[in-house]
Design a protein around this ligand. Sequence first.
Ligand SMILES: Nc1ncnc2c1ncn2[C@@H]1O[C@H](COP(=O)(O)OP(=O)(O)OP(=O)(O)O)[C@@H](O)[C@H]1O
Ligand SMILES: [Mg+2]
Length: 340
Amino acid sequence: MSITEHDSAGGRLALSGRADLAVRAEALVKSFGDQRAVDGIDLAVRPGEIFGVLGPNGAGKTTTLRMLATLLKIDAGRAEIFGVDVAGNPHVIRQLVGVTGQYASVDENLTARENLWLFGRLQGVASARARRIATELLGRFGLEEAADKPIAQFSGGMRRRLDLAASLISKPPLIFLDEPTTGLDPRTRGQMWETIRDLVADGCTVLLTTQYLDEADQLADRIAVIDHGRKVAEGTPDQLKTTVGNSTLQLLLAEPGEVPAAVEVVRRVLRSDPVLSPEQGRLNVALDQADLAADVLIALRTAGVSISSVSVAKPSLDEVFLALTGHEAGDNETDAKENR
Ligand SMILES: Nc1ncnc2c1ncn2[C@@H]1O[C@H](COP(=O)(O)OP(=O)(O)OP(=O)(O)O)[C@@H](O)[C@H]1O
Ligand SMILES: [Mg+2]
């Protein structure tokens, strides 16, 4: 994919660096006061992929995207979009990136059609063409019926779709989606996933943030897991799952007080530590082979630790997160701002 193919303004773009990556970020830092919201993040997003940035509330996801989109100053480190330096070429970057906010950024009093038309006009699209694009996008996002209603009457899911539609007006080659499905019901979430896959099938590259492990698993080709402004892991969903073993023995102890004894037994049998869940008495044991579960269970019985439920499963990204960060996704709400 070359940039000139997608450059809607029609001009050739001066490339300052290598354009083999859609996003290249090196050691990005952003501080707010003495808090480092983003604390040295590297990212490499390949053209044509869906790259997921996964992390709990306050991890630094939105801050990272905002820096890459030129909406926030980069304090340290550097970033390129298709080889174009972000800090040095904000106008070029804005042509290359479509940004969808975590908060729909449209005018409440205007209708959906008027909003899209306005967005087009603001991006320099001629009036008649903006009207045509608006109609096409309203159709594509299933908003025809609501097209002439003011946004104030829109549901959360309709707003998200309109917000995404607005970011597509200029046909950017790279789209940033900040928590595209937070707060949506399961059906609307599924529709949004389909829409995102369609974008990629059309040749777009997508960088999305999510706090939903299943979303990253479903959509992303590769995932960076971030926590407290740092990247704690990166890989394909399968690679991340493999970091916690091929399968997981999930145990719920009858007596939460016996957790230390159970941890001792697991260490003795497998020479590795189980992952403790914040839920009382629950622990997950990574297994290289599923049949090691029997060894653990026999040793637990011998040690007199009683179990109220047991299962062996392929590890979920939830467990990956717990294993990598020592806490569950969504577990550091205290230092996070409100999420709509
Ligand atoms: N403008 C700001 N001023 C001060 N602190 C900020 C600002 N924006 C973000 N922060 C802080 O930086 C940290 C990272 O915030 P950020 O919004 O990037 O997290 P996030 O991963 O997007 O979280 P969420 O899932 O809740 O959207 C948080 O502790 C947040 O409170
Ligand atoms: Mg955010």
